[in-house]
Design a protein around this ligand. Sequence first.
Ligand SMILES: [Zn+2]
Length: 267
Amino acid sequence: MKTPSREDLTDRELERYARHVILDEVGEEGQIRLLDAKVLVVGAGGLGSPVLLYLAAAGIGTLGIVDFDTVDMTNLQRQIIHSTDEIGEPKVRSAADRLELLNPEIEVVQHRTRLNAENAKEIVGPYDLVVDGSDNFTARYLTNDICFFLKKPLVSAALVRFEGQLSTFKAHQEGPCYRCLFPHPPDPTLVPRCDTVGIFGAVAGVLGTLQATEVLKEILGLGTSMVGRLMLYDALDQTFRTVKTAKDPGCPLCGETPTITEVTSAD
Ligand SMILES: [Zn+2]
C-alpha cells in the first residue's frame, strides 16, 4: 500500500469527508489515501453511474471515465448519472458535469473512446485500480486482460434482467482472473444483451453500489476482499449468494501455460 502523500486534510476536506474521518477504520490517513487514489471506470452506464457518484462523493482524487457513447433516452431508466437534458451529449461529458456538481475538488478525466488493444495500455496505465462497468464481452475480456498485464486490481460486476454478479480480480497477486471463471467470450448470438432482454433498473444501483464499496475497501485495505469469491444477486428472491472461486491452472491468461500474452480486441 502506498504511503499517504501528506499528513493532514485541509479544514474544507475535514468538513466534506467528516463522516469518513470519524470512522476509526478510515480516519484522516484513510481519507488522504482516497484523495491520492486514481480509479478508472470502464463504462458510464448502469453500473458506472452509481460507481462514479459514490467514488466522487467519497473523494477519490482522480476518477477516469472511459465511454464512447452518447446519452440516449432509453439509458435514463437506470443510468442515473445522466439527465434528460443531456440526451445526445457524450456520456463522459454528461457524467463529468454531474460529478463536478457533486464534488468539484476531485479531478475527473474523460476518455471518450472504446477501450481497445491499441489504447488500453496507455489509458489504464496511470490508474491504481479499474472498475468494470462495461456492457459487452469484448470490453469485459479486454479489461480483464489489460488489468492482469499491468497488475491492476479489477472490481468487476455484470447484470442481466433481475440478476447480477460481483467479484474482484488480482490474478497478478492471488486468486483467479475473469477468464479462470469464464475462459472465452460466449457466442454473441446466444448472449442476452440488456437492449434485447431488459434490465430491472435498480439492480444496476445495487451492483454498482457494491462495486463502489469494494473499490473503497481495496484502496483502504479494509475488511475481506472479494478476491476468490463471486457474489450472485437475485432481485426477485432478494437474495445474495457467494461462491468460492479459484485460479484455473489451465487459464489461457493467468494459468501455467498461457496462450494469451498480449491484449487483443478480437477475443
Ligand atoms: Zn485466469
